[in-house]
Design a protein around this ligand. Structure first.
Ligand code: ZN
Length: 383
C-alpha cells in the first residue's frame, strides 16, 4: 500500500496509481530541496559533464549530513534531459525525479524483513515503493533505520535484476543504496551478493550506483574495495540554518524560530540527526560522560566508561558518540574564545583533532572499547 499525504487521492484511487516497470508509484509529494554541499555538487556536475563520474561511488560521512539526499540529487543531474543546466527542474525527468517517480531512479535502503516465505521481485518492488512513500510523507526526512532493518538478500537480488534491464524512460539508470553497511552479507545462497559485487565492479555504461554509509568501517571490505569513496563533509552553519528554516522541516521537528540557534549548535553540521532527536541527545549525554571521565582523577571511572562502549556490534552508537564529542568540543572552543581564554580554546581544538583521529580509526576495524580507552587517555592529557 502506498502511503500518501495528498488529500485529493482517496483510498480507492491509490490502487490506480500508475505503475512503471512493475513499481507502483507514490503520489508525487516532492522531496525537499538539497541543502548545502556546494563543493561536492560542483565536483559531481563537472565529472558528469566530462562523462568521468565513476560508475560506482560510496558517499560516507556523519549520520544526518544528507548523503542520500546528495546521492538522489546526483541521480537527478544524471537523468535530466538538459545536461547543460542539470538538474534543470523543468524537464519531464526532473519533474518525475523530484517526487521519486522516475522509473530509472531507484532508491534502496534498510527495511524490516518481509514476513512469510522468500519474497519475489514483485514483493520487493512493492516494499521499496512503500518505503519511499513513507519517507516522502515528510518531504524525504526520516529517522535512522532501526536495528532490525536491513537490506536483505532478496532486495539485493531485485537490485541486480533491475540493473540488468534497459532504462525504462531515459538513457540511464541510477541506483541509490542508503546505509549500504546494512547489506546482509550471506543468507542462504550468496549468488546475489556475488552478482552485486560484479555489478559494483563493472557497472554497465548506462548505470550509476551511489552507495552511502555513516559506518564505512562496518561496510563489507569486498564492497569497499570496489567503489570510489567520497567523504561528505558537515554542512556550514548557514546551510543548517536554511534547512531548519524550511517549513516542512520546522513542522517535522516541531521547532519554532526562536529555537533555531540552539538546534544549529546541536546539529553539528548534520541536521538530519535532529529527526529522532532523542537518540542524538542520548549520544550527546554519552559524550558528556566520556569528557567527564577524561578529567576525573578516578582511573576506575575512566575504565568503566571505556567498557560501556560495548564491543564491535555497538559500532553505530560509538560513531554517533564520537560525532557528539566533536559537537561538545566545538561548543567549548567557542565558549573559551568568547571568554578570551586562548589556552583552553587551543586545548579544545587539540581534543577535536584527537576525536577526528579516533573517527578515522573507528572506520577501520578497531574495537570501540579499545579505541575509547585510548581516546579517554588522550583527552585526559589535554584536560
Ligand atoms: Zn531536467
Amino acid at each position: 500500500m502506498v502511503s500518501t499525504t495528498d488529500p485529493t487521492i482517496s483510498g480507492d484511487d491509490r490502487q490506480q496509481l500508475p505503475r512503471v516497470a512493475g513499481r507502483r508509484l507514490s503520489s508525487g509529494v516532492p522531496l525537499l530541496p538539497l541543502f548545502g554541499h556546494a563543493a561536492l555538487r560542483e565536483r559531481f556536475r563537472n565529472a558528469i559533464d566530462r562523462q568521468a563520474l565513476p560508475g560506482s561511488l560510496l558517499l560516507h560521512g556523519a549520520r544526518g549530513v544528507g548523503k542520500q539526499q546528495l546521492a538522489l540529487w546526483t541521480g537527478r543531474v544524471l537523468l535530466c534531459e538538459q545536461p547543460a543546466i542539470a538538474p534543470c527542474g523543468t524537464c519531464k525527468s526532473c519533474h518525475l525525479a523530484a517526487s521519486l517517480q522516475h522509473p530509472d531512479l531507484h532508491w534502496y535502503f534498510p527495511r524490516p524483513r518481509l514476513k512469510g516465505g522468500e519474497p519475489d521481485l514483485e514483493d520487493i518492488r512493492e516494499d521499496v515503493a512503500d518505503g519511499i512513500g513513507e519517507r516522502l510523507e515528510n518531504g524525504g526526512l526520516y529517522e535512522a533505520p532501526g536495528g532490525d532493518e536491513a537490506i536483505f538478500v532478496a532486495a539485493v537480488r531485485a537490485l541486480v535484476q533491475t540493473a540488468a534491464l534497459a532504462p525504462a524512460m531515459g538513457r540511464r539508470k541510477v541506483f541509490v543504496v542508503g546505509d549500504a553497511d546494512r547489506m546482509v552479507a550471506q543468507e542462504g545462497s550468496d549468488q546475489a551478493a556475488n552478482a552485486f559485487l560484479k555489478l559494483l565492479e563493472e557497472p554497465p555504461a548506462n548505470t550509476t550506483i551511489l552507495l552511502t554509509t555513516s559506518e564505512p568501517g562496518a561496510l563489507l571490505p569486498t564492497i569497499r574495495s570496489r567503489v570510489v569513496s567520497v567523504r561528505v563533509p558537515p554542512l556550514a552553519e548557514s546551510d543548517v540554518r536554511a534547512f531548519l528554516s524550511n517549513e516542512t522541516v520546522a513542522n517535522q521537528l516541531d521547532c519554532g524560530r526562536e529555537e533555531i540557534g540552539e538546534l544549529v549548535q546541536l546539529a553539528g553540521g548534520a541536521p538530519g540527526r535532529l529527526i529522532g532527536r532523542d537518540a542524538w541527545q542520548a549520544s550527546i549525554a554519552h559524550a558528556r560522560r566520556v569528557l567527564d571521565a577524561a578529567v576525573s582523577p578516578d582511573r576506575g571511572a575512566q575504565f568503566r566508561v571505556a567498557l560501556a562502549q560495548g564491543g564491535a556490534g555497538a559500532r553505530g552508537k560509538f560513531s554517533d558518540m564520537l560525532d557528539a564529542l566533536t559537537v561538545l568540543l566545538h561548543e567549548r572552543t567557542r565558549a573559551a574564545a568568547r571568554e578570551g581564554d586562548t589556552g583552553r580554546a587551543a586545548h579544545a581544538a587539540r581534543a577535536i583533532e584527537a576525536v577526528e583521529r579516533a573517527k578515522e580509526r573507528a572506520n577501520g576495524n578497531v574495537n570501540p572499547q579499545l579505541l575509547s580507552a585510548s581516546l579517554i587517555r588522550q583527552l585526559a592529557t589535554l584536560a
